[in-house]
Design a protein. Structure first.
Length: 94
């Protein structure tokens, strides 16, 4: 297998596909909605809060299905920690 350096990470010259489910505790998920209102130009977040229970049901289902299929679920409360966990998993350090 051909190896090359890519931004200080060992990169294998073959097709790689990794899938992760990024999760957040319910309270952090709610906080993210408030932060997003600025991303959407100050639009009302009412509709996000109205659909929040459905979003949580979907997330619970995706997590359950991910566990059944050995797909890693990573707590996305911290960008730095999430990125480190993903890099560790992909590089086989975990």
């Amino acid at each position: 297998m051909y190896k090359m350096k890519f931004n200080n990470f060992l990169y294998f010259n073959k097709k790689n596909f990794h899938m992760f489910i990024l999760t957040a505790p319910e309270e952090r998920h709610r906080e993210n909605i408030n932060l997003r209102k600025y991303e959407f130009g100050g639009r009302s977040v009412r509709r996000f809060y109205e659909r929040f229970p459905i979003a949580r049901i979907l997330e619970d289902y995706l997590i359950m299905d991910a566990h059944k299929n050995n797909v890693p679920c990573i707590d996305n409360s911290s960008l730095k920690n999430s990125a480190n966990k993903i890099i560790s998993f992909i590089s086989g350090i975990s």
